[in-house]
Design a protein around this ligand. Structure first.
Ligand code: ATP
Ligand code: MTE
Length: 178
């Protein structure tokens, strides 16, 4: 078990939020969610950037390799529009993809909106960092995180990241018995 304090990246990918045209509600919803459910010490590295593939890749690499993030949660840029390139940038910087994350998040999101299938959100591993894409809509954050969070601490254990635990009354982190 790793003793290091977790660093978690939160990256909002939105042309308009990055220009200040609207407030970044989704990134803040992710940070509030993390503060609510994670009971082990962690710090957040927060970025708000436009839908530019090179910049997304650079930001993910900086957060994973230089800031030592064990987890990066992105929001936005997962849809079918021409400027939606978050999944491509994620795949480009990851060594391994974990398609089950996107499959599960789309499944739970379908209970909220029929357009859930328009999100190409995915997840992957870069070194000892797990990167997970969330849609841009503020209302998607909790439904998606509630679905995948139980598997995230064990995934981070497996890739050698920091130890993370959750409040079992809010999210029960599942670690299979050895
Ligand atoms: N980070 C955010 N904070 C608050 N609202 C958001 C955020 N991201 C998206 N939204 C809301 O969801 C809607 C659809 O989001 P989407 O990501 O498709 O935006 P977009 O059309 O790609 O434009 P942009 O990249 O400028 O956010 C937006 O119009 C906005 O109302
Ligand atoms: N839970 C949830 N998932 C959702 C949505 C939502 O409102 N709630 N919006 C969908 C819509 S309308 C789109 S276009 C895609 C992609 O959104 P993005 O480009 O902002 O990432 O996410 C989808 N997934």
């Amino acid at each position: 078990m790793s003793e290091k304090k977790a660093v978690i990246g939160v990256v909002t990918i939105s042309d308009r939020a990055s220009k200040g045209i609207y407030e970044d509600i989704s990134g803040k919803a992710i940070i509030d969610y993390l503060k609510d459910v994670i009971i082990t010490p962690f710090e957040v590295e927060y970025r708000v950037i436009p839908d530019e593939r090179d910049l997304i890749e650079k930001t993910l690499i900086e957060l994973a390799d230089e800031k030592g993030c064990s987890l990066i949660l992105t929001t936005g840029g997962t849809g079918p529009a021409p400027r939606d390139v978050t999944p491509e940038a994620t795949e480009a910087v990851c060594e391994k993809m974990l398609p089950g994350f996107g499959e599960l998040m789309r499944q739970v999101s379908l209970k909220q909106v029929p357009t859930a299938i328009l999100s190409r959100q995915t997840a992957g591993i870069r070194g000892s960092c797990l990167i997970v894409n969330l849609p841009g809509k503020p209302q998607s954050i909790k439904v998606c995180l509630d679905a995948v969070m139980p598997a995230i601490p064990y995934c981070i254990d497996l890739i050698g990241g920091a130890y993370i635990d959750t409040d079992p009354n809010k999210v029960k982190a599942f670690r299979p018995k050895k």
